[in-house]
Design a protein around this ligand. Structure first.
Ligand code: SF4
Length: 327
């Protein structure tokens, strides 16, 4: 964590909305996956997006990675709008500068290609490097950087010859091969053994610090967000419902949903133990969302006004806001 909010964002999602049209001609249904959500990512700064599965966090990351086109809203890279019909060179440049790490490192690597191939290919495509020796040297340096040492031992291996943690390190090294400014990490540790999760978080922390990379860290685990992120955004049923710097949010959660998430996390500093609280109820059906606060059916503070309309953002300080009628 840096604790300092940098001034200029490198990547911004402004008022992003994504609706998926599902069902057939006779029973059209709209899944409102993300509703008017904004995020700013800064060099050397980690923003976490936290929520249960189905909250919309993976849809946001996929919009920023340009895998999904937003239904409405805009994406800005270094202050310039990113258009879906931008020319090939701009598109390629964006895809080089904004890289993604997936939850399952095994499925993101080609099982029949060796580690060296995965690292050298992006350098050929994006940096137009072709000299074999230079490519190999750079690939070995990347392995060193992600602590797969000695690198000569790993470069000829296939993905299935590596552990889950080693595969995720290769996936991270592959993103570094194109000198990214932003890394979008979608649940990057959730499929790994508990014993190596911290190692991967520490590796990403070193990249943030040493390479000034902006991170978006998507997770359902608020404790890991606290460990790694400078800022936490809590997401519920397609809406970002609370944003604050990590320590503020953990020490003094405002939104009832954030309070519920935190009450189930063991944390000796906050006097909480496992089982003291629990996450109860289920996230609502995104095809039948009403006009009110979507958390109302699970909220012990729900009032009449909560059924009427979605609460607006209430600014609590310069860097903190919440969407709840209690404030
Ligand atoms: Fe609960 Fe109402 Fe706040 Fe929603 S707006 S979280 S229902 S108090």
């Amino acid at each position: 964590m840096t604790g300092v909010v940098p001034q200029k964002p490198v990547l911004e999602g402004r008022d992003l909305t994504k609706h998926f049209h599902v069902g057939g001609f006779f029973s059209p249904t709209v899944v409102k996956a993300v509703q008017g959500s904004s995020l700013s990512l800064y060099p050397g700064y980690v923003v976490a997006l936290v929520g249960e599965s189905g909250s919309g966090k993976s849809t946001i990351i996929r919009m920023l990675a340009r895998l999904y086109e937003p239904t409405s809203g805009e994406i800005y890279y270094e202050g310039e709008p990113v258009f879906h019909n931008s020319n090939h060179k701009r598109e390629l440049d964006y895809r080089r500068k904004v890289q993604m790490i997936f939850q399952d490192p095994f499925s993101s690597l080609n099982p029949v290609k060796r580690v060296g191939y995965h690292l050298e290919r992006p350098m050929i495509l994006h940096h137009k490097m072709h000299k074999k020796e230079a490519l190999r040297r750079s690939a070995l340096e990347l392995l060193q950087r992600v602590a797969l040492t000695p690198p000569e031992e790993y470069i000829e291996k296939y993905p299935h010859q590596l552990s889950g943690g080693q595969r995720q390190r290769v996936a991270i090294a592959r993103t570094l091969a194109v000198s990214p400014r932003v890394i979008l990490a979608d649940e990057p540790i959730s499929m790994l053994d508990v014993s190596i999760r911290l190692d991967i978080l520490n590796l990403m922390e070193a990249l943030r610090r040493d390479m000034n990379i902006a991170f978006l860290y998507v997770t359902h685990d608020i404790a890991s967000a606290r460990y790694f992120a400078d800022e936490i955004n809590v997401m519920y049923a397609g809406y970002i419902v609370e944003k604050a710097n990590s320590e503020e949010l953990i020490q003094e959660p405002k939104h009832p949903y954030t309070q519920m998430l935190l009450s189930s996390v063991p944390d000796p500093h906050r006097g909480l133990r496992t089982g003291e609280g629990e996450v109860t109820g289920e996230i609502p059906d995104l095809t039948t969302l009403g006009k009110g606060c979507p958390f109302a059916p699970r909220c012990k503070h729900a009032m009449d006004v909560c059924q009427e309309s979605m609460p607006p953002r209430t600014q609590l300080s310069e860097t903190r806001w919440v969407r709840c009628y209690l404030y």
